[in-house]
Design a protein around this ligand. Structure first.
Ligand code: SAM
Length: 268
């Protein structure tokens, strides 16, 4: 039976015993935001409505992940809407730990909080390659980017969080435009790729194609900002349709996940 209907039926006898409390709960479920906004977080997450991919519990995407033990460094040293939120850090660290990622790539370093947390939670002695525009970047892009989609972070702060951590020696910082770099020169193949550079549609497409071409079979592709940014959501949905590789969005996050098919696997 449809799980929500079952839940309602099971709760009817309890609701009949306490109708006032039941009505109040049901009303809040139907109108979760109330008349006046009380918590901006609810609106922030409620607005992640772009894209068509299903929201799936992380435990259903990666069975067994519930027992992953993770370490989180500089847990709240992240800028809202530029980097990951707490729920997303928990999920991405658990994924790196669960798949025992050995070689990872991140497109878009920013201050390196996710770089640090990924490398800390991968396999022992995991290696991480992280890309960002050069420190003396002159303002040009390989692909024309509308002004509104320009998300360049403070050049002086690129990678600052991992550089001062015990994991600095496991990270290779690469500077360049992600659409121009020669990925064949990087430490591929990768078993985890985190795509979070320029969010303009054409860049997401190019970054995705470049990462996919250098992944291990069975590797994990992760995109940030699915649902929140239309360009990202559209590029990822179209990529999934074109390749036949299914994507799932980790419920409660903006993380889109795909598994690279094992060698010889047949796609739809
Ligand atoms: C959203 S931030 C990355 C956040 C980071 N991944 C994290 O989780 O904290 C995007 C980063 O991509 C970089 N970036 C933007 N366009 C780029 C391009 N064309 N090539 C390489 N990096 C780019 C920006 O400078 C910025 O640091």
């Amino acid at each position: 039976m449809y799980p929500n209907i079952r839940k309602v039926l099971v709760n009817i006898p309890r609701a009949l015993k306490d109708p006032r409390r039941a009505a109040s709960l049901a009303w809040r479920r139907m109108f979760p935001f109330g008349i006046k906004p009380r918590d901006p977080e609810a609106y922030r997450i409620g607005s992640w409505s772009f894209g068509a991919a299903p929201r799936v519990d992380l435990r259903d995407i990666f069975p067994g992940i519930e027992s992953a033990d993770i370490k989180v460094f500089r847990s709240y040293d992240r800028k809202r809407d530029l980097s990951l939120d707490a729920q997303e850090v928990l999920a991405i660290c658990a994924i790196a730990s669960h798949v025992k990622a050995q070689s990872m790539i991140e497109v878009g370093t920013s201050d390196g909080n996710t770089t640090l947390n990924l490398v800390a939670n991968g396999a022992d002695n995991a290696r991480m390659t992280t890309l960002d525009l050069p420190e003396d970047w002159s303002g040009g892009f390989e692909i024309h980017v509308p002004e509104m989609m320009n998300n360049i972070t403070d050049r002086a702060r690129v990678g600052i969080q991992y550089r001062t951590s015990p994991y600095a020696g496991q990270v290779t910082q690469v500077f360049g435009d992600s659409a121009k770099l020669d990925y064949a020169k990087l430490a591929s193949p990768f078993d985890l790729a985190f795509i979070d550079g320029c969010h303009f549609y054409d860049y997401v497409k190019v970054d995705t194609a470049n990462c996919l071409a250098h992944m291990k079979p069975g590797g994990v592709l992760i995109w940030h900002d699915y649902g929140m940014i239309e360009d990202v959501s559209r590029a990822v949905d179209e990529w999934s349709q074109a390749t036949g590789i299914p994507i799932s969005i980790v419920a409660g996050t903006r993380l889109a996940i795909a598994r690279v098919p094992e060698a010889g696997a047949k796609l739809s």
